[in-house]
Design a protein around this ligand. Structure first.
Ligand SMILES: [Zn+2]
Length: 418
């Protein structure tokens, strides 16, 4: 009798997804299996099949009865900024009373305030904060998390933040994907001088294998398309993969960089002209959309979802967890995506799993349930995918398995970290 570490059985509806990306997810092509079971051993899925068959075939150390509910791949959060200290709840109130972000910045608040707090925090404090955030994400079903730096600015300290991400990766069953982010140009240093120093950090991060990705915040008032292209070209030469914050606050041509650089993802796109969707499709890039960031920014603009659909661009959603948007769960982004972006429940689920994995170049390993893929699975409180976003507003992950480890039910886990 074959042994499994974990056997999840009595799954009413299992959405497996075929290997991504999925530009137009439909129920007929989502790999939906009724009355299913999943066997996990050694951190990987070993078999997916009918519940009664696998129950009879396997002996398992841990049995999880899904009680007829929905199970899906573990969520892949493809855009987070979780390495920072401090908070800005007073700015939340100021924003609501009509103070523009530009004025908050002029008062020394906003991102520069988080950078000051982060620099004051010790390394152990930052690791503890990061782990607390990762465990909340895990409890919500995020089994793969992209982790960006960007709150140090000083290139040497950005590298230390990548080391902290590496330490966290050894302490969680989640797969972490570290990204070195050029977040904002510092004040009081010529931009060219700073960029030159940042390129040094890129080369070192690549040489020491501290980062998988490089990313740049390309936007009005931040880095220009020309500066972004220079930074990402150097990152590519150094062997890093590329993603880009593009067209969030205004359109200054950032998403056009998809035509000249091999970008795995373009993120935000709230201000992207719809005609650029064709360009993303030709480039084979994933559009990573961030619905809770739109809420936190109190922004009227929306990414051109219909144009992206028509062009066949795979859409992912992510939490964009950061000091201005304290929503740790990719699950929340999935839940509000129908309301903020107009995604169907199946599109939102594909966006938080198989397409998010494709945006991280992980579509073989994550975002789907198949033999050989990571042993990542979420059993939900609801009975089918149509309920995702229909019912919402609480943590609906009933059981989370990450890398073949039972990560406990969310209630117990949250109790242990709060
Ligand atoms: Zn971001």
């Amino acid at each position: 009798m074959p042994r499994a570490d974990i056997l999840v059985y009595n799954i009413g509806e299992l959405v497996t997804f075929h290997r991504g990306p999925q530009p137009r997810p439909r129920p007929e092509t989502a790999g939906i299996i009724r009355d299913a079971a999943v066997a996990v051993r050694g951190g990987r899925v070993v078999e997916v099949g009918p519940s009664s068959l696998l129950r009879a075939r396997y002996s398992a150390a841990v049995w999880i009865n899904a009680e007829g509910r929905l199970a899906t791949p573990g969520l892949v959060d493809a855009h987070t900024h979780p390495i920072f200290a401090g908070s800005r709840e007073d700015e939340f109130e100021a924003k609501l009373s009509g103070v523009p972000y530009s004025e908050i910045l002029a008062r020394g608040g906003g991102i520069y305030r988080t950078i000051r707090a982060t620099r004051r925090a010790g390394r152990g404090e930052l690791l503890r904060l990061l782990l607390g955030r990762l465990y909340k994400m895990l409890a919500g079903g995020s089994t793969v998390v992209e982790v960006k730096t960007g709150y140090a600015l000083e290139p040497k300290i950005e590298l230390e933040h990548l080391e902290i991400a590496g330490e966290a990766a050894r302490l969680t069953p989640q797969l972490l994907v570290p990204t070195l982010l050029a977040h904002v140009p510092p004040r009081g240093e010529p931009r060219e001088a700073y960029i030159a120093r940042f390129l040094g950090a890129i080369r070192e991060a690549a040489a020491r294998r501290l980062a998988v990705y490089a990313d740049v915040f390309c936007d009005r008032g931040v880095f220009t398309p020309q500066e972004s292209a220079a930074i990402l070209s150097e990152a590519r030469r150094a062997g890093l993969r590329l993603r880009l914050h593009a067209d969030q606050l205004a359109y200054i041509g950032c998403s056009r960089l998809a035509a000249q650089l091999p970008l795995d993802s373009l993120d935000h796109l709230e201000s992207m002209p719809p005609e650029n969707a064709e360009l993303l499709a030709r480039a084979g890039a994933v559009a990573v959309l961030l619905p809770t960031s739109i809420m936190a920014m109190m922004q009227p603009e929306r990414p051109p979802v219909e144009a992206l659909r028509r062009a066949g661009v795979p859409i992912a959603v992510a939490s964009d967890y950061n000091a201005n948007n304290l929503t740790p769960l990719a699950q929340t982004a999935l839940q509000v995506a129908p309301y903020i972006l107009g995604l169907t429940p199946l599109e939102a689920l594909a966006a938080a799993t198989v397409n998010a994995a494709a945006s991280l170049h992980l579509d073989r390993l994550a975002g789907r349930v198949a033999p050989g893929a990571r042993g990542d699975l979420v059993v939900w409180e609801v009975e089918g995918y149509r309920w995702l976003g229909y019912e919402w507003g609480y943590n609906m992950a009933a059981h989370v398995v990450a890398s073949g480890v039972y990560a406990a039910s969310w209630g117990r886990l949250l109790a242990s970290v709060s």
